[in-house]
Design a protein around this ligand. Sequence first.
Ligand code: SF4
Length: 584
Amino acid sequence: MNRADPGFPLPPIGGDPSRGGVGTTPGSFALPGRVGGPLAFSSPDTPGMPAPSTKTAWDFAPAERREPITQLEHARLGRLTPEMRRVAEREPHLTPEQVRDEVAAGRMVIPANRVHLGLGLDPMCIGRASRTKVNANMGASPVSSGTEEEVEKLRFAERWGADTVMDLSTGGDLDATREAIVGAASVPIGTVPIYSMIVGRRLEDLDERAILETVEHQARQGVDYFTIHAGVLREHLPLVRDRLIGIVSRGGSLLARWMLHHQRQNPMYELWDEICEIMRRYDVTFSIGDGLRPGGLADATDRAQLAELQTLGELTERAWRHGVQVMVEGPGHVPFDQIEYNMKLERTLCHGAPFYVLGPLVTDMFPGYDHITSCIGATAAAYHGASMLCYVTPKEHLGLPKKDDVKQGCVAYRIAAHAADVALGIPGSRERDDELTRARAALNWEKHFELSFDPDLARAFHDEDLDVDTDFCAMCGHDWCSVRISKEIQDFVSGKDERYAWDAPRVSAALSAEQRAILEKRGVLGPEQLDRLASKTRQAMGAAPGRHAACHSEAASPERARQLQRERLDPLTLEPLDAEGPGA
Ligand code: SF4
């Protein structure tokens, strides 16, 4: 027996994600990434999974010919737009023609409002043939943040790798915030128009005119994609009765209340064709909302969710007939084992329209860590069929994300998207990993930091224990450093500059102010300090132990609650206005 060659076979292998094709592992176990069909960059189906639809957007093209406006209409005529060419530049494994053909098939969207294109949008795409994308949500709430802070958060999200940003503002000057965000963004901006439809009016008073006017207004402002919860139908509402947590989508719950009050069908569903025509004029892309997404593991993949998904398929077909680009939104909270089924069912019912999923969270019992619980689900979702991942921050379910929460969410989701791209064998996706491994093997710390996604953090953590450029780090120390020992064994080229001497460790470059700040912040708020801060907020809001705060919905009207919060809490930090610092 040849002990160096065990001789057992490997499963069929797709393309090598590393363009160089070197390394000790063969590459991706996903299906070969042939662009031009529903299976490009796909996971192999577990037995029992729904097969891809045999239809594409071509099957839902209108019979009559119209002057093309949207990317989909241009693609159907075989035309290459400047946006398609730009997308191909940003996705070097795709040609402009492949981008066009994927858009024409409805498997890819280029969310690029014609107005935003004139304001500095850098076109990108969302679809299975391209890299997995990440969306960051932000937006002022009635008690927290304002236009300037939101623009600041937008810049922060762009810096930390968000491919698109959704402005979900429900408070402050919604119009001004939206306009400022669109004007400042080089990434596509999405909104949920129903939020501004009900500001200044009772939900029950929402009518057709307000819906169409708001959609038109936001399209004119340059918003690139709209979440519209048109798939929640009256017939679906009895199906949520037995759920543990009912309807958790804001848009879904608002429309359900409207339907029950008026005893009528969802107005977004009834107005779908009119909404399509408005969106077509500006080339706004649909992100068809999943108003009945599960809000807990116990409600995942239930009849309500699946009935709505079927309606989302019907709405996709109708939008394609109007020439409007479509992506479809998905859950939510899903046990890990149900994720593949959810992704592949969407591929069937919505004919491969890009799936844009929130998480999903794979467990419900870690509030404060939901960027982690959800990015585990997001990685599986991206591997099995999602094209864009909506980030979740550590503040999910608990409060409005602050700047650092935006960063934590973005980083977690960049990890999820990248991990899936590597697994799917998207060409070139593993190159930087391999470069970093080489630098790590060479104990080349400078290169190691430079190639890191967050170089400041990597350097700060390294220098916290040992601010010397040695051939080991503080984790194992000199004598136990396996990389150093392995390097000696293999006689690797060190990668360090010629002046480097084994016996004379050099002090590494001094930490920058930003890197020092990272270290200073570590552990600043301990559990006791957090508890002290929370108890001050409880006192400020008049909550005795065991009782609700004065602004709780069971104790105050929404107006009174807002007033109390305004009077007693700092709108940005939500700390009591007369509070001392957390260390006090
Ligand atoms: S000391 Fe340990 S962690 Fe640090 S480089 Fe060596 S093997 Fe890696």
